[in-house]
Design a protein around this ligand. Sequence first.
Ligand SMILES: *Cc1c(COP(=O)(O)O)cnc(C)c1O
Length: 353
Amino acid sequence: MSRFWSDIVHQLTPYVPGEQPKVSNLIKLNTNENPFGPSPKVLEVLKAEAADVLRLYPDPNADLLKSAVANYYSVSEKQVFVGNGSDEVLAHAFMGLLKKSKPLLFPDITYSFYPVYCGLFDVGYEIVALTDDFQINVEDYARPNGGIIFPNPNAPTGRVLPLADIEALLQANTDSVVVIDEAYIDFGGESAIALVDKYPNLLVIQTFSKSRSLAGLRVGFAVGDVDLIAGLERVKNSFNSYPLDRFAISGAAMALEDKAYFEKTRQVIIETREKLVVQLEQLGFDVLPSAGNFVFARHSEKRAVDIAARLREKSIIVRHFTQARIDNFLRITIGTDAQCAALVEALTVVLED
Ligand SMILES: *Cc1c(COP(=O)(O)O)cnc(C)c1O
């Protein structure tokens, strides 16, 4: 606390990201990064950007990347917004589209950055409980609101909603913006981008951090009606004209172009996930059905916090949340086959004593 801080700073509850350990000999299954490196073609274009041209500001509109996203999803460039990670895109959406007199709605178990943005931008919100089996029931969102946001697949549960449910929600909710945060959609489920031409209040947000192996580059984007995008541009151009640097613009555009590498790596991750689910169940875990690059699991006898601590002693880190309802779950990122095998081996020992 400091008397020099603005009033709002005293009231903030900042987001706490998963640990990024300084030592490199750990099996890191705690922040849903991709276990595979970026496409070699992406690394090539990044090297090319490390040149004299860095003297110059990047394109403030990141047109190269917008056009790559527009081509990839068959939408117009005016329906695309890009930002410094999807966290920044989300921040602009909270400020520019979801801050209304009526409350924003989101699930009780969800991405923990949402209440943080509500604190920062002074957005009133109401929490909608997931069902007993940790699903989103879209009918529960049929109440007065100034906006609705949730991830699909949801985080940290991994549970996915079919597109028909999202469409039912949009049909029932036409007067406020619905944001679908699709950070994990490439690992299971259908993108709601297919619905943006039909529903002017739908904004779909995705990231290059998970399925595109580029968490370190910081690139996210949104697709929606031109009016929603224009609103986001107004916020962006009132905050930072150049949120994406030259590396981010070129690297992300190439990541979309190299479809073969993307398909190959995501298929491996999906197959490893399915194998790991079976192995965890054999070890006595109850595993929620996952459409992400992680699983959310609780053990029938051992406490999650103890399992996490024992794994850490064995140089494996997973994520444990202390929030009510999920404090006995572990969120485990899908690593390489070898990393998951090491996890299963460590768990076998940990669960025996
Ligand atoms: C990882 C994640 C993000 C943030 O992604 P960045 O693009 O790295 O900022 C947003 N939403 C959810 C649900 C996530 O899991």
